[in-house]
Design a protein around this ligand. Structure first.
Ligand SMILES: Cc1cc2nc3c(=O)[nH]c(=O)nc-3n(C[C@H](O)[C@H](O)[C@H](O)COP(=O)(O)OP(=O)(O)OC[C@H]3O[C@@H](n4cnc5c(N)ncnc54)[C@H](O)[C@@H]3O)c2cc1C
Length: 352
């Protein structure tokens, strides 16, 4: 697996491959391995800056017990194992790329574009997009909208942007604590604001934060952000609602790290049959209502669908066998026993 280092560098000509896998969650990663086994080339895109989908974003340290032949592992370990499994096929993975548009050409192949200008020329598309693209949960305050990216932020692209600034970090999860701790080294002042004294972050981060507060390196306040006080288009302070009333907190920058929410986004406009935010598929091959576009994993909808990693693996395996027919229409059938090939065994053995 090769991670495209710079998501902003755009190749001049379309990237041609057999299958575009949308989503680097557990199902997309396993699909990359399966594609390699049956002789399909593929590339992966994911809107997030790292692989692993829900396993990494929502529950990295939770044990998983229902993966065949792995009695127990954390979901972080599962993602590491899936990456190791598809390593022999050296699949390029493009992070921070959301697929936006799709168009079928006269020759039957697809042109897929991402929001940052990547263009793919593919025989089939495998949507392993989970519940859709994860996007940050935003503040529900209208005055925050015009301040976005200038004074109100939902991620921290560069620590240096906050050098010598008065920064408030809002949230109680790993991202909020980790960034508050990192920012205290560059910002003039960092205040962590969370609506309660308990956190969902790792115990070690909570302990570090408490020690930093005791040492006077940062502040922590329990409260909810009720309003932003804006002057001349710039953030001046926040109104915090606390148990005993409201207070003002000076801030030049607010970084709200409230976690991620899922949104099907542009895929909903692709003309696919969709029910309850998921894509209807034919369970004999997990093809959607548009032949050549497949949906596997949590994004697939069919009677008795189970949102389990195991189910997604099975779906991807069948979908790719049908995708093979689009990529190689002249070949009668997939070489299903290719895992007995000496070449394949050597490849997997060499990488393992
Ligand atoms: C708390 C919790 C515990 C769970 N425990 C278990 C368990 O023990 N066992 C089990 O089997 N299952 C478990 N699950 C369910 C399991 O995590 C999901 O079934 C699994 O993650 C689905 O994998 P996926 O690859 O289909 O989707 P996801 O993991 O959701 O990955 C989809 C990826 O697609 C990307 N994406 C979406 N849209 C786009 C787009 N337009 N462009 C680019 N990228 C896009 C997303 O950013 C994401 O990275 C659990 C779920 C939760 C929430």
């Amino acid at each position: 697996m090769t991670v495209a280092a710079d998501p902003s560098s755009v190749p001049t000509s379309p990237i041609r491959t057999d299958v575009l896998i949308v989503g680097a969650g557990p199902v997309g990663l396993f699909a990359a391995f399966e594609a390699g086994v049956i002789g399909l080339t593929c590339q992966i895109v994911d809107i997030l800056g790292r692989v692993g989908g829900q396993c990494i974003e929502l529950y990295p340290d939770k044990p998983i017990y229902d993966i065949p032949a792995i009695p127990s592992c954390t979901s972080r370990e599962l993602v590491e194992r899936l990456l190791a499994q598809c390593k022999p096929f050296d699949v390029p993975i493009h992070l921070e790329q959301r697929v936006d548009t799709v168009e079928q050409r006269d020759d039957g192949r697809w042109t897929v574009r991402t929001q940052r200008g990547l263009v793919f020329d593919v025989a089939a598309i495998l949507l392993a997009a989970g519940n859709g693209a994860f996007v940050p949960q935003k503040l529900g305050l209208p005055e925050a909208v015009p301040l976005e990216k200038r004074h109100v932020h939902y991620s921290v692209p560069r620590l240096a942007d906050f050098a010598d600034k008065n920064v408030v970090v809002a949230g109680g999860g790993d991202s909020a604590l980790d960034w508050a701790l990192a920012l205290r080294k560059v910002a003039r002042r960092v205040t962590l604001v969370h609506r309660r004294a308990g956190f969902s972050a790792a115990d070690s981060s909570v302990e570090l934060m408490r020690r930093a507060v005791e040492a006077g390196e940062m502040d922590f306040i329990v409260g909810a952000i009720a309003a932003l006080d804006v002057e001349d288009g710039a953030l001046r302070s926040l109104t915090l609602r606390q148990i005993d009333g409201e207070t003002q907190l000076e801030a030049e920058h607010l970084i709200a790290l409230y976690g991620l929410v899922a949104d099907l986004g542009p895929i909903a406009q692709w003309g696919l049959k969709i029910h309850g935010g998921r894509i209807d598929v034919d369970t004999s091959n997990y093809e959607s209502s548009r032949p050549g576009i497949f949906a596997v994993g949590d994004i697939a909808n069919y009677p008795n669908k189970q949102k389990l990693i195991l189910s997604g693996f099975h779906e991807a395996s069948l979908a790719l066998r049908k995708a093979y027919a689009y990529a190689y229409p002249d070949k009668k059938r997939v070489h299903v026993h290719s895992s007995y090939d000496t070449k394949l065994a050597e490849k997997i053995g060499a990488a393992g």
